[in-house]
Design a protein. Structure first.
Length: 86
């Protein structure tokens, strides 16, 4: 079942986000991620990733933890099951 991983972080963290994508190709290229979008919110930024399954996201999460250690910034994560994708 596909899931959405929703990350929220403050405006001050956007440089760390951009830099981590520049240095880590594996963040940009994930075969089981259908969509990655980052957009500005009233409080900062939000990233929404759509994954084929929770297991695929959890596997990616192991690698993501290493990157977050290198580029630490506070973020909130919410996992949501997807009902429909068009």
């Amino acid at each position: 079942m596909p899931i959405a991983a929703v990350f929220e972080f403050g405006k001050e963290a956007i440089d760390a986000y951009d830099r981590s994508l520049e240095l880590h190709d594996e963040l940009r290229n994930q075969p089981h991620r259908r969509l990655h979008v980052c957009f500005e919110t009233n409080k900062g930024y939000m990233v929404v990733d759509v994954w084929d399954s929770l297991e695929d996201f959890e596997e990616f999460g192991q690698m993501l933890n290493n990157v977050v250690t290198e580029f630490p910034f506070p973020t909130e994560l919410h996992i949501r099951h997807i009902h429909n994708i068009i």
